[in-house]
Design a protein around this ligand. Structure first.
Ligand code: UD1
Ligand code: UDP
Length: 367
């Protein structure tokens, strides 16, 4: 009899990072793979599912415009309760640190369904940064039976929290599996950049930066474009209204700044490959860009991904106008500083994380 494994996804990054696991599980004769989309994100989730040819078996269609955390959580818990009751999976896999992850983990706990946490053990130690993700992953980490950690240092975070050794697996991050797949077939989707110009790719969406901090980051981006005529900026704007409105107010209409809708994963990876450097507050981009040899300045105060910072290929600059402008200018002007950050290292994985995760589940469920 096949064992029913349910993979839950809610947002864009969860789908990108769960896709390799869903595909690997689908090849296992002992597994019946089911996909539950909460659709905490609608359009951005559908973009990813399409690229990876994944059709959810259950779709909760949760997203509402400008959703608040409390109502999002409440609606998720109610709908997940019904879905898990009907589905009765043997085990559930969740990925990352979103409200979907925390809600699925809690609902599984109430239903006594074991969960595997993909991308386990990331911590800043500060519940306010990132908000609310640090709390989400602490909850998922407390409730999971299997912890699939991307790195040794994330596994050490879990040991410090008393997670038993036999529940911790260092697998690498599945984002590198997805990246290598897409990177090999994305070059025709590269953005056009003017002759002799350098591309800076920007993304931004963290809740703790909403308001004044995000304003500073956008003013910095605008002034970098103003003082560097050879720079073009590409910014696929996150649809969260708190981001979208401000981005268009401060950056709209500039001749060398392109604001666009969120890019499909394929053209986004192509844009990362084309970029000279990347300014971001994204988690996933911090993992992908080093593997592509692109320097990243992280517009956040803290990161739960210290490995690339330690290697010197990612730098934390905060959501701080002066630090963003001065560090970017240095990378534009100083070729030695640039070369030191553009070394192409991949501390987050080798492209075989999904295989390792499936090996653990096979051991438990096959035969
Ligand atoms: C969420 C996650 C965050 C993750 C990010 C990835 C939480 C609390 N936050 O943040 O951890 O890093 O996704 O992008 O889980 N929207 C659309 N279309 C979409 C997606 C979003 O219009 O396809 C708009 C809607 O107005 C929605 C709003 O963005 O209400 C916020 O979405 P939400 O998932 O609550 O938060 P994010 O900021 O996207
Ligand atoms: N990404 C994408 N299109 C975009 C911007 C980002 O496909 O326009 C991808 C990116 O390569 C990474 C993921 O989305 O894999 C990161 O998502 P996001 O920054 O929204 O979330 P986070 O990783 O911060 O949770």
């Amino acid at each position: 009899m096949k064992r029913k494994i349910l993979c839950a996804v809610g947002t864009r990054p969860e789908a990108i990072k769960m896709a390799p696991v869903i595909r690997a599980l689908a090849r296992e004769p002992w597994a019946e793979v089911r996909v539950l989309a909460t659709a905490q994100h609608r359009h951005m989730l559908d973009q990813v599912l399409k690229i990876f040819n994944i059709e959810p078996n259950i779709d909760l269609d949760i997203m509402r415009p400008n959703q608040a955390l409390t109502t999002l959580t409440a609606r998720l818990l109610l709908d997940l309760d019904d879905a898990l009751q009907a589905e009765k999976p043997e085990a559930v896999l969740v990925q990352g640190d979103t409200t979907t992850v925390m809600s699925v983990a809690l609902t599984c706990f109430y239903h006594r369904i074991p969960i595997g946490h993909v991308e386990a053990g990331l911590r800043t130690g500060d519940m306010a940064n990132p908000f609310p993700e640090e709390m989400n992953r602490v909850v998922a980490g407390r409730l999971a039976q299997w912890h699939f950690c991307p790195t040794t240092s994330s596994s050490e975070n879990l040991r410090r929290e008393g997670i038993p050794e036999n529940a911790i697996y260092v697998t690498g991050n599945t984002v590198i599996d997805a990246l290598l797949d897409v990177s090999a077939r994305c070059d025709s989707a590269m953005p056009a950049v003017g002759e002799g110009r350098r591309l800076i790719l920007v993304t931004s969406h963290r809740r703790e930066n909403f308001g004044e901090a995000m304003k500073q980051t956008f003013c910095a981006v605008r002034d970098i474009a103003n003082s560097n005529p050879d720079v073009e900026i590409l910014y696929p704007v996150h649809p969260n209204p708190n981001v979208h409105t401000l981005a268009h107010q401060i950056l709209g209409g500039h001749p060398r700044i392109t604001l666009c809708e969120p890019l499909d994963y394929l053209p986004f990876v192509a844009a990362m490959k084309k970029a000279y450097l990347i300014l971001t507050d994204s988690g996933g981009v911090q993992e992908e860009a080093p593997a592509l040899g692109k320097p990243v300045l992280v517009m956040r105060r803290e990161t739960e991904r210290p490995e690339a910072v330690v290697q010197g290929v990612v730098k934390l600059v905060g959501a701080d106008y002066e630090a963003i402008v001065s560090n970017t200018q240095r990378l534009l002007d100083d070729s030695a500083a640039y070369a030191a950050m553009a070394r192409g290292v991949s501390p987050y994985g080798d492209g075989r994380a999904a295989e390792r995760i499936v090996n653990v589940l096979r051991e438990r469920y096959a035969g």
